[in-house]
Design a protein around this ligand. Structure first.
Ligand code: GDP
Length: 348
């Protein structure tokens, strides 16, 4: 890869996609193609094929596909699954036809069997069922990875997979119901502070632990992996540590400046107890995360403060699974809904 390589970040409007675009730019890449809002609708095969033929990307990072927190996964398994299956299939197929130099498919730690030994190692994939609250999304992400491996085996395609830990950062989905824990708590605590509310609710027991990775560090790791990894097995991208929700809630409160009670609601689901990734292989190759957890929280909150008027307009009924904040992304989610309907009615 060099500064003139044509790079396409599929899903440029997602949390990870937008961090990737920023990171590619700041690393000197001058030929980024398919940038939002000009990205094709990846649920539409014809649009994707047309885009690849026109833009001729040489390197593709597959960060597209709807995702959501524990509640969105439980409420919208069909929407999440169909969206991820469609976009992965379309992008992988188009990248193959285009003959790209490299494709990096981003999976999810949900892909691991819930009861596999911790920290999760790639060998554990498919050794048992994933966490039930997110198994439809996990099945779609596993299928995307298998598709990449199948193209490698049958055609020698240069497709690799990385599995990121729980990402957060600027551009995250800050909606109460569909967001992931850090963004959801940040917004809830911010609103509680503004409204002088005496407590905020934290879902579950607080005991589950997660391996959190800052989106900018994740983007840096993706670039590193593109340059230094070519194996068929997926490579984990984690922080190397895990934190209980009971510990991160007061840290988020401190950054937000909220001093009310943190009330754990055990009736809400905990999800997987642990989802720690063994990132030893990546660390041995020479990569390490650069941002402390506290700095990452501060930067995320600063972004939220600058953008929260937009995010406050959003509600979970209209755009429940998007990590998006702007009209383009809302448009894409609406397309997801109509796409789902088309599939269900057999018109797709
Ligand atoms: P996942 O469970 O790793 O897919 O990701 P989430 O970010 O949705 O949830 C991580 C953990 O945080 C789970 O144990 C949740 O029960 C807990 N949690 C606590 N409060 C919240 C919240 O407001 N939103 C979400 N999404 N999770 C929360």
């Amino acid at each position: 890869m060099n500064p003139s390589t044509r790079v396409y970040v599929a899903g440029g409007d997602t949390l990870i996609g937008s961090a990737l675009i920023e990171h590619f730019r700041s690393s000197g890449f001058q030929n980024l193609v398919g940038l939002p809002p000009r990205e094709p609708d990846l649920t539409q095969a014809v649009q994707v094929e047309h885009f690849f033929a026109q833009a001729r990307p040489q390197v593709v990072v597959m960060a597209a596909g709807q995702s959501g927190g524990i509640e969105a996964n439980q409420k919208y398994p069909a929407d999440l699954m169909v969206n991820n299956l469609l976009v992965s299939t379309h992008v992988v197929l188009a990248a193959f036809r285009q003959g790209v130099q490299k494709l990096l498919y981003l999976g999810s730690s949900c892909m691991y069997p819930r009861d596999a030994e911790q920290p999760y190692r790639p060998e554990a994939l498919f050794s048992g069922p994933p966490e039930p609250t997110s198994d439809a999304y996990a099945a779609a992400k596993l299928t995307g990875m298998k598709l990449c491996q199948a193209f490698r085996r049958q055609y020698g395609a240069p497709f690799i997979t990385a599995i990121p830990a729980n990402a957060f950062g600027p551009g995250d989905n800050f909606r109460h119901e569909s967001g992931h824990v850090i963004a959801a708590l940040m917004r809830r605590m911010h609103e509680a502070k503004m409204r002088r509310k005496t407590y905020v609710e934290i879902w579950g027991t607080g005991k589950p632990r997660r391996d959190f990775i800052y989106a900018r560090d994740l983007a840096d790791a993706c670039l590193f992996v593109l340059e230094h990894y070519a194996g068929e097995a997926p490579i984990n991208i984690g922080s190397g540590s895990e934190k209980p929700i009971a510990d991160i809630a007061p840290q988020v409160a401190a950054v937000v400046g909220y001093d009310g009670e943190l009330r754990f609601i055990a009736a809400k689901p905990d999800g997987a107890h642990r989802k720690s990734l063994d990132s030893g292989e990546l660390f041995e190759l020479g990569w390490q995360p650069a941002t402390t957890f506290e700095d990452a929280l501060r930067e995320t909150y600063a972004w939220f403060l600058q953008n929260h008027q937009e995010t406050e307009c959003m509600n979970d009924q209209t755009v429940y699974v998007s990590r998006s904040q702007d009209a383009t992304r809302t448009r894409n989610v609406n397309k997801l809904t109509s796409c789902t309907n088309a599939v269900l009615s057999g018109n797709h």
